[in-house]
Write a protein that binds this ligand. Structure first.
Ligand code: ZN
Length: 482
């Protein structure tokens, strides 16, 4: 038995598995932890110094500062109102700062190390899920909250077992172990699970052939795979597994422009509303992570329409959370991002507004999808490339721009910066001539991220924060013993 100096929060993998499967008695029988520590790691009640009943932790994944600014500017330009995120900064009682998201082995974090740092309070190496550099399994915050009788949930536009939601729930040597995480969610009692990722629950696609739909149903979960069903669930339903696509949910702009998707897949705001309602059924409060996951995916592809409309969908979810907190003032809301991505920014153009971001209002497609459509043209020519882009975006390329794209589709262009050589990146750069939005690369950045909080405990947010401090903040505010 390895010596454990840090108490039940800091377990070896073996101890952790025992705790998950055998509970307190099994852990005590192992004799590896002092009695007091065993109790601290077992079923418990929140401490009397608890500040908040509920925490809503919201993550815009891969949101650079430019993304936040442009979504706000677009909303003001086209909808005549500021973003909810910026409006939050005007609310009395909002605390705002920056956060250093470095991981244990890199200034530039990935999503699993980032979410784990919030989830378990330690920096871990990129790619792992709540397993630190010494191989210790660290109990994440949602199972800790569950042991204290709180209700727990994850909501995302990615697969529900993707790195960011899993960072609050799961343990694994690799973030890719999504089939394992789907089992851990069940074992660790996560009450509301909404997003994509049927593939990891489906017996015909899982390597072990387990039918997780059946196993979840046996534990009282209502399963839904369709938006209308989610919205029509009995109000008293406590446990919900809602999986709306085999993999990630579609980008918001693609969902909006496909009537089939629109009826089948809920928006992030709709999922948030449902989660908050069903999680608030208990007396003990809840903690939920809400993730706008595909802001990150769009940034990786220099996809401005994917990016801005998913950021706005996340912004709509903020409004839902604020409305909930208005009715339940014992709720702490935290809004942040896990890292920047590609650092897009609006540069000075020939005209204001309508000639730049305003042009996005005519887009009917994410540039990720447009790029796939371009790659599927059998014989790309200046004319068919130009036609396709104009039909889906309203932008009439100059022939020389269309030629550049044709050359890239035929693999005939030199690349200056390797990251910027993909069809997506070339398309993004060509459209920058019309939208004036440039990109510095196509992956995560080390930028300090935005952090805002409102509600009881939000005063603990400082001007400059370390990622691991979020774990301490959340456990103290909820009165959880770790
Ligand atoms: Zn991320």
């Amino acid at each position: 038995m390895m010596k454990n100096k840090k108490g039940s929060h800091d377990l070896t993998r073996r101890q952790f598995l025992k705790l998950q499967t055998g509970g307190i008695a099994a852990l005590a029988a192992m004799g590896g932890l002092p009695a007091g520590k065993v109790l601290a790691g077992s079923q418990s009640k929140p401490s009397s110094t608890r500040q908040a009943k509920n925490i809503i932790f919201m993550v815009s994944d891969g949101m650079s500062h430019g993304t936040l600014a442009m979504a706000d500017q677009y909303r003001r330009l086209v909808e005549n109102r500021p973003s909810n995120w910026m409006k939050l900064y005007d609310r009395p009682g909002t605390h705002r700062g920056l956060m250093d998201m470095a991981s244990a082995n890199n200034l530039v974090t990935d999503s699993s190390a980032a979410s784990s740092s919030w989830g378990c309070g330690q920096r871990i190496p990129n790619g792992r899920m709540n397993v630190n550099a010494n191989g210790k399994w660290l109990e994440p915050i949602l199972p800790i909250a569950h042991r204290h009788g709180l209700r727990t949930g994850v909501v995302t536009t990615a697969t529900v077992t993707h790195a960011t939601p899993a960072g609050f729930v799961a343990n694994g040597e690799s973030r890719g172990a999504q089939e394992d995480f789907a089992v851990q969610y069940l074992e660790r009692g996560i009450d509301v699970i909404l997003g994509g990722g049927m593939r990891f629950f489906n017996p015909s696609q899982r390597r072990d052939g387990r039918d997780l739909y059946e196993e979840y149903a046996a534990k009282g979960y209502a399963y839904t795979g369709i938006r209308d069903e989610l919205l029509a669930l009995p109000p008293e339903q406590e446990r919900i597994l809602g999986l709306f696509t085999p993999w990630n949910l579609p980008y918001e702009i693609d969902r909006q422009n496909d009537s089939n998707q629109l009826t089948r897949v809920p928006s992030l705001a709709e999922m948030t509303d449902a989660a908050l309602h069903h999680l608030s059924l208990g007396d003990n409060g809840f903690i939920v992570q809400i993730e706008g996951a595909r802001i990150d995916h769009a940034a990786h592809r220099n996809d401005l329409s994917g990016l801005i409309f998913d950021q706005l969908a996340f912004d709509d979810a903020i409004e839902v959370a604020l409305r909930f907190a208005d009715k339940h003032p014992d709720t702490l809301i935290i809004v942040t991002s896990d890292h920047g991505n590609a650092n897009p920014g609006l540069n000075t153009g020939p005209d204001q507004g309508e000639q730049q971001l305003g042009r996005l209002r005519n887009f009917k497609i994410s540039l990720s999808q447009l790029s796939r459509d371009l790659r599927s043209i059998e014989t790309p020519k200046t004319t068919n490339v130009k036609e396709l882009i104009e039909a889906r975006t309203g932008i009439a390329l100059e022939p020389n721009h269309a030629n550049m794209l044709v050359d890239r589709l035929k693999n005939e262009v030199p690349v200056h910066y390797n990251r910027m050589g993909s069809v997506n990146a070339v398309l993004g750069q060509i459209l920058a001539n019309f939208l004036e939005v440039g990109w510095v690369g196509n992956t995560h950045t080390s930028d300090y991220v935005e952090l805002a909080a409102i509600g009881p405990g939000s005063e603990r947010v400082k001007a400059f924060n370390r990622n691991t401090e979020m774990f301490t903040l959340m456990t103290r505010v909820l009165g959880l013993k770790t």
